[in-house]
Design a protein around this ligand. Structure first.
Ligand code: ADP
Ligand code: MG
Length: 326
């Protein structure tokens, strides 16, 4: 980031780019704390996500896209919990003050915030290598949140949308797969501007027995459900819904690894008893989101991937783990 402009104070920066009326809050940006009013009978759902340049995004990422994604990944956590998001906090670490960059970042962030009617109520601004952290808060009826821990043997495993485009874009950037130019442009939009499934998450309350958003890869994230539920899972490779781009790459080893083990799609993976199949199918029409049954919860542990004959398929990649080699 260049520092072309006259250096401006932290407070000028905040008021210029981030102080906006907070419709949902008693008190928004400007004081020592924000104040929010919690509805009776609701649990407060809270989550935070950090994004570091070079780790979570390419350093040359378009700032508007980054603003969108920083909020989208947090909205996705609310979705996975079946919660209604209301309030966000934004902690920014910036190498310098670049008002054009900040204006574009704020546009991406606030456009999505408006779409989901969440208010930015506070944050922090410091100097250092580019990194951002968003904390999100929302509400869910007491006891109704979708946890990772409720899957039982025999339940169906479902995913929303299509899986793999975001990871295929990353694999293309790293030279592991080769996407056609048009395909890359489309896939990279799934990486940069994921659609958080907030309405779906809420609609699944009382229906899904466990849920997670796919940020680290289908196998890894379903693995989290299994671990916390004390069960195993069998997934049929051919049942995993892929886009027309994914369909071209599912035949190759690297393409398949990206689809089943790559992350960043921010679709929901959830489990539900077989007697919910009809109600879940109705959600597809109601919400315009494709929902696909990809396998079954089993006794035991771990996620196995099966071919059409029920034979195990080996995939040479786990989900993303920041400290795997540490
Ligand atoms: P403090 O010194 O109490 O931490 P700050 O000077 O850091 O307060 O922040 C002043 C106000 O601006 C606070 O209300 C804080 O929540 C808000 N704020 C700071 N940075 C941001 C940001 N990047 N986005 C939104 N609000 C921010
Ligand atoms: Mg501060």
């Amino acid at each position: 980031m260049t520092q072309k402009q006259r250096p401006s104070s932290e407070f000028e920066l905040i008021s210029r780019h981030f102080a906006r009326p907070a419709a949902n809050a008693v008190l928004g940006v400007g004081d020592d704390c924000a104040l929010v009013d919690i509805t009776n009978g609701m649990d407060l759902a809270v989550s935070t996500d950090s994004m570091v340049s070079g780790t979570h995004f390419f350093p040359d990422v378009d700032p508007e896209t980054l603003g969108h994604k920083a909020l989208a990944v947090n909205l996705s956590d609310m979705a996975a919990m079946g919660a209604q998001p209301y309030w966000v906090l934004l902690a920014l670490t910036l190498p310098g003050v670049d008002h054009a960059w900040l204006a574009a970042f704020a546009k991406g962030f606030f456009d999505l915030a408006e779409e989901f009617e969440v208010s930015l109520v506070g944050g922090d601004t410091t100097r250092g290598p580019l990194a951002l952290n968003v904390t999100i808060m929302g509400e869910v009826p007491a006891g109704a949140a979708l946890r990772r821990s409720g899957a039982k043997a025999g339940h169906d495993i479902w995913v929303s949308g299509t899986i793999g485009d975001a990871a295929l874009a990353v694999a293309h950037r790293h030279g592991r797969v080769k996407l056609a130019d048009d395909d890359y442009r489309e896939a990279v939009m799934r990486l940069y501007e994921p659609t958080p499934r907030v309405r779906l998450g809420q609609a699944l309350r009382g229906m899904a027995t466990a849920a997670i958003d796919i940020s680290d890869g289908l196998i890894a994230d379903l693995g989290h459900i299994c671990r916390l539920s004390g069960v195993g899972a069998a997934v049929e490779l051919g049942a995993i819904p892929v886009s027309s781009i994914g369909a071209k790459h599912v035949g190759s080893e690297a393409g398949r690894a990206a689809i089943v083990a790559g992350g960043d799609d921010y679709e929901l993976c959830f489990t539900a008893p077989a007697n919910s199949r009809e109600s879940i199918a109705e959600l597809t029409d109601m919400l315009g989101v494709k929902l696909t049954r990809i396998g079954q919860v089993k006794r035991g542990k771990g996620v196995s991937l099966l071919d059409a004959d029920g034979k195990p398929v080996r995939i040479d990649a786990g989900g993303f783990d920041h400290f795997r080699d540490a």
